[in-house]
Design a binder for this molecule. Structure first.
Ligand code: PMP
Length: 409
């Protein structure tokens, strides 16, 4: 790889030239969604200009092109996450739909009254609510792995929670609210040793951390395309072969059947069994282009640069009087959640927006973990590899102004 040059990388993202309130846009809302490089925008346009067709079922040239593009994207995803094969990759709308698929298909087939599902205190609502719904239907119970004051999982507590009733451990690899990188290798090992299945929520991890399904060994792994420079509306469920083969479909329709009579339907093998109806073909192809783009830059290069940005930002933010960082685990990625004395989080967000700086303020769809720290909301800048130290300086300068004005309000 050529050496990483952030100025060159920024040219790949046309939206970074936008002006907001008279300032050049600073996109620090990457944990909510990422911006799209030319490679993705051009691939989407190319698909609709030259390849657009439904897939798998026609005798004509464009159907062959679109099927090749869609199935090629599935192979790209499989390579990117180190899956055994592309048959382990189910296209879905996003991480949320992937978890719901597992809850509705695997969950209904495997979870009974009295069983237990373990999640962590860090989870996004997408990795809480589907399990609550499953528990309400089945009479199973949710158990929660607590975190320490830095926002890291207490692994010893997971060991205590695991027992013969545990059916699933479902844990995020990176917290969207705090940035904590969790020890997923140990989680998978402990859960499997106890005979439970494991789901890893990779929505916030795949853009920042290299993953490999064959070395990690989870039963399920989920992520969203839009958080890794791909389009919205497309995401991935990885499932281990035996587990996917054992699962019933969750939706019925075209594309997922081998044979239909009015008496009986024979379903396709995975992954098609889980892709009823016309899928999000173009955006799957766009996701493939995004993963190719990220691979060209190199995830290790990306991780190293983003880590430098975190190390640059952290002491400078802590130097702002009255600023408290939430989430101080040693292992962190991308996220710098904070509160500022004397200001509501939405006031801080609005002041930053005045200067063209986009951050999220609120509960980040992770209310339990914020309440663990006695909060209902934080301000959450989250960085990507197209961000710069100069942008961090611009943000910190606004925070210093707010802190200086505190007395005068
Ligand atoms: N899990 C985590 C950790 C997330 O950060 C998000 C998105 N904020 C999701 C799941 C859900 O992703 P999506 O909304 O793309 O389905």
């Amino acid at each position: 790889h050529p050496p990483f040059d952030v100025r060159l990388v920024r040219r790949d993202f046309p939206i970074l030239a936008e002006r907001v309130n008279g300032h050049q846009l600073v996109w620090f809302d990457n944990a909510a969604t990422t911006q799209k490089p030319h490679a993705v925008l051009d691939r989407l346009a190319h698909f609709y200009r030259h390849e657009n067709s439904n897939i798998h079922r026609a005798a004509h040239e464009l159907a062959a092109r679109s099927t090749d593009a869609y199935e090629g994207a599935r192979k790209t995803v499989a390579r990117f996450v180190g899956a055994e094969s592309e048959k382990n990759i189910v296209f879905v709308r996003g991480a949320t739909e992937a978890i719901n698929l597992v809850a509705k298909s695997w969950g209904k087939a495997n979870v009974r009254r009295g069983d237990e599902i373990i999640v962590s205190h860090l989870e996004h609502h997408a990795n809480i609510v589907p399990w609550q719904q499953l528990c309400a239907e089945t009479g199973a119970k949710i158990r929660v792995i607590p975190v320490d004051d830095s926002g890291q999982l207490l692994l010893g507590e997971l060991s205590r929670l695991l027992n013969e009733k545990t059916k699933l451990v479902s844990v995020t690899q990176v917290s969207n609210a705090l940035g904590t990188v969790t020890p997923v290798d140990s989680v998978v090992e402990l859960a499997h040793r106890a005979g439970a299945c494991v789901l890893i929520d990779g929505a916030q991890s795949v853009p920042h951390v290299r993953v490999n399904m064959q070395t990690l060994g989870p039963d399920f792994f989920v992520f969203s395309g839009h958080k890794i420079y791909g389009p919205t509306g497309i995401g991935v469920l990885y499932g281990r072969t035996e587990v996917l083969e054992s699962m019933p479909p969750w939706e019925g329709g075209g594309n997922m059947i081998a044979d239909v009579t009015f008496e009986k339907t024979v379903f396709q093998h995975p992954p098609n069994r889980f892709e009823a109806g016309t899928g999000n073909i173009a955006d799957a192809v766009g996701l493939g282009a995004a993963l190719d783009y990220v691979t060209r830059i190199g995830l290790d290069t990306i991780a190293r640069y983003e880590h430098q940005l975190l190390e640059y930002a952290t002491p400078r933010m802590l130097a702002v009087p009255g600023l408290r960082l939430i989430g101080t685990a040693r292992d962190k990625a991308s996220v710098l959640s904070f509160v500022l004395d004397g200001y509501r989080t939405e006031e801080v967000g609005a002041a930053l927006n005045q200067k063209g700086i986009a951050v999220r303020s609120g509960h980040h769809c992770a209310q339990p973990i914020l309440r663990r720290f006695g909060l209902e909301a934080t301000v959450r800048p989250s960085i990507a590899f197209y961000n710069t130290t100069g942008e961090i300086d611009r943000m910190v300068a606004v925070l210093h102004e707010l802190a200086a004005d505190r007395g005068r309000r």
